[in-house]
Design a protein around this ligand. Structure first.
Ligand code: DI6
Ligand code: FE
Length: 403
């Protein structure tokens, strides 16, 4: 279908606009689209005369939302860890798995062994699963290379996904995901001698939209990340952080001192961390898939975040270890059932707030001037999207105005 001037009619629009109506819902709505952007949205009966001559396309009374945004993924990586999953369920401990070559290091090995083309080919089926659920934009992190060549290749593969599928990709450099064996027990040297120089090189090649890190006892302590975040600031790149996932090290506070776009996971975030995020306008990215997979019992402080007005996003964390998942719809359900988020918060979390977690202003809502990236659902009410488990009600995806 042509991207030129057209009006979608006979739909209800969950615009996600702030304000009176829940979900920013407009019933009996119309959406005018021109050159890939939304020109107008409102009640169909109020459609201005200017749009009367545009090609009309009825959506049969269906629900339309902004296309979904997965704002935290590790979807580009080599191999899988299903055998490790099986070993653990047969009684092996985490340590035994690690000694048998499992864990994050096994993914690093498989990722280093893969070419850019391999990485793309392995990621595409996962990306296709996301597209099938109405996703139009994914964030993709590096962090399974931990050497110069592979970190660059992961980011090149991530960028290249846009050439293979109708999807938008933004990237985060996650060189500080783990300390590689070459730098065992020398995290500071790894950051200074490898991570920062590779970040600069990746940035020069136009491969980096943000800088991320894993702040945890098993990864990097806050102080060790200061030089990396300083380097990001010098390059004019925003930061985000895997923070307070397994323990409270004050990662969110570090991140907010750099005006972080987001702090992610945050199961162990405390009141002071919540206040710091509220003050800095940092988005809380909630990742229930990792919580579920790790059988974590400490839930993120949703009530405190809500009270403080911290915007909450939801994402899959799609990775081969702690979140081998690709379903953003299931993630929404988990956010509600495991964490007591509301279905409206869940939908905001994969649209408007997900865009905010990536620093993007041109997507995530249905409003004039936004990109015409929309999802059309076989649904009557927006709460249906978070309500069903393992069911995909997508009717169609509109990407850049094209159905
Ligand atoms: N948080 C996690 O849970 C993981 N990475 C991260 O930043 C685990 C990644 C893996 O096990 O491969
Ligand atoms: Fe992650």
């Amino acid at each position: 279908m042509q991207a030129e001037n057209q009006v979608f009619t006979d739909l209800s629009a969950a615009t996600m606009a702030d304000g009176a109506a829940a979900y920013g819902l407009i019933n009996a709505a119309a959406i005018a689209v021109s050159e890939g952007k939304i020109a107008w949205v409102g009640a169909e009966q109020d459609l201005p005369a200017d749009y009367a001559a545009w090609t009309r396309h009825s959506l049969g009374g269906r629900l339309v939302t902004p296309a979904l945004i997965d704002c935290h993924t590790h979807v580009v990586h080599g191999g899988h860890r299903a055998v490790e999953f099986e070993m653990r369920l047969n009684g092996a401990s985490y340590e035994e798995v690690a000694r048998a070559g499992g864990g994050i290091i096994s993914t690093v090995k498989a990722t280093r062994a893969a070419s850019v083309e391999d990485l793309i080919a392995q990621a595409l089926p996962r990306v296709d699963a996301m597209l099938a659920e109405g996703v139009s934009l994914i964030e993709v992190k590096s962090g399974y290379g931990l050497d110069r060549k592979t970190e660059l290749n992961m980011l090149r593969a991530a960028r290249a996904l846009e050439e293979h599928r109708p999807i938008r990709v933004v990237t985060s450099f996650l060189g500080a995901h783990a300390v590689p064996v070459e730098y065992k027990d020398r995290p500071e040297a790894y950051i200074a001698d490898l991570c920062i120089p590779v970040l600069k090189e990746a940035h020069a090649e136009g491969l980096v939209d943000a800088v991320d890190a894993f702040c945890e006892g098993i990864a990097f302590l806050p102080d060790q990340l200061v030089p990396l975040f300083d380097a990001a600031r010098d390059l004019g790149l925003p930061v985000k952080l895997h923070a307070e996932q397994l323990s409270n090290l004050g990662g969110a506070k570090l991140a907010t001192s750099y005006g972080a776009l987001s702090a992610d996971h945050i199961e162990y975030l405390d009141q002071a961390g919540v206040a710091a995020m509220a003050g800095a306008g940092t988005v809380a990215v909630i990742l229930p898939g990792a919580f579920y997979t790790l059988r974590e019992t400490q839930a993120p402080p949703i009530d405190l975040l809500r009270e403080a007005g911290v915007p909450m996003a939801l994402a899959t964390d799609s990775n081969p270890g702690s979140a081998p998942m690709t379903s953003l719809l299931l993630t929404m359900n988990m956010g509600c059932t495991l964490f007591r988020m509301t279905p409206e918060e869940a939908l905001r979390g994969v649209t408007a707030h997900a865009a905010q977690a990536l620093g993007l202003k041109d997507c995530g809502r249905i409003a004039a001037g936004q990109r015409a990236d929309l999802a059309v659902w076989n649904a009557e009410h927006p709460a249906e999207l978070a309500y069903r488990i393992g069911f995909n009600p997508l009717h169609a995806r509109i990407f850049g105005g094209k159905l």
